[in-house]
Ligand binder design. Structure first.
Ligand code: IPE
Ligand code: IPE
Ligand code: MG
Length: 251
């Protein structure tokens, strides 16, 4: 089925199963309006809500949102504090709508670095939505790919040390199974807003064959239509996985 909404055509048979987003540009959005950076983060919460709604409407199964990186801990303390309380507040405020829309909330990242009360609130949101079967909204919080891969290496080497796993049996799948994303398929589409063309320590292993989409739109201006536009462009791409075009039609 193909439908047109705001002139954007989507093929609902070929919607990406997993979309990962680097939500960047909040600070610049605020600065352009002569406001504090933190106002940009507040506005960014509205974009999160709109994008979750649209992802649900499109039938995307996994949406991984980069909310706070390991490196973001090094920002000025005031900004870190505001971001943390905003993220926690936003998640508990969105809980009723997530439940209503059958959205499961998950978290990846080193949340042991979060304040105890923040962790408790997030744990409650995760537990409250655990039974939902619709969109999986995965929040990457206090997350970085190198942290995640390092943790995986530690876990795998401990298993080798105790004889639970043989070094020669380690393969791609075993590595994937030891990442924080073990339960999720790799992203089909990675979106970065804010105009920078880099991946900033995000899902480095998992995006090996993801389609990359960079937009100058700042995160607070990114809405449901912008997500549709990214999905429509994704649908124009040919994913060859190292093969040649003719081989794909033979399969
Ligand atoms: C993204 O916006 C939000 C986080 C990184 C937490 P920024 O705060 O990085 O905004 P810019 O990139 O400085 O504009
Ligand atoms: C990436 O944005 C992290 C998040 C969106 C949470 P940054 O603003 O931290 O990335 P850099 O510093 O521009 O690479
Ligand atoms: Mg940024």
């Amino acid at each position: 089925m193909t439908t047109a909404d705001k002139n954007i055509s989507i093929d609902f048979n070929r919607v990406p199963k997993h979309v990962a987003i680097i939500m960047d540009g909040n600070g610049r959005w605020a600065k352009a309006k002569g406001q504090e950076r933190t106002c940009g983060h507040e506005q960014g919460v509205t974009s999160v809500r709109n994008v979750i709604r649209e992802a649900n409407a499109l039938g995307i199964k996994y949406l991984t949102l980069y909310a706070f990186s390991t490196e973001n801990w090094n920002r000025p303390q005031h900004e870190v504090d505001v971001l943390m309380s905003l993220i926690v507040m936003a998640m508990s405020r969105e809980l009723p709508e997530m439940l209503e829309n059958n959205v499961t909330m998950r978290i990846i990242g080193d949340i042991s670095r979060l304040p105890e009360d923040a962790r408790q609130t997030l744990d409650q949101c995760v537990a409250a939505t655990a039974h939902c079967t619709g969109l999986n909204m995965i929040l990457a919080l206090s997350y970085s790919s190198r942290w995640e891969i390092t943790e995986a290496v530690k876990a795998i080497s401990s298993k080798v040390a105790v004889g639970e796993l043989k070094a020669e049996d380690i393969n791609d799948d075993i590595v994937s199974q030891h990442l924080a994303t073990a339960e999720y398929p790799d992203p089909d589409l990675l979106i970065r807003t804010g105009g920078d063309v880099r991946v900033s320590n995000y899902l480095l292993w998992q995006i090996a064959y993801s389609e990359l989409y960079f937009t100058p739109t700042l995160w607070p201006d990114f809405d449901g239509a912008a997500l549709r536009k990214a999905v429509a462009e994704y649908q124009q791409r040919e994913r060859r996985y190292g093969l040649i075009s003719e081989q794909l039609t033979e399969q």
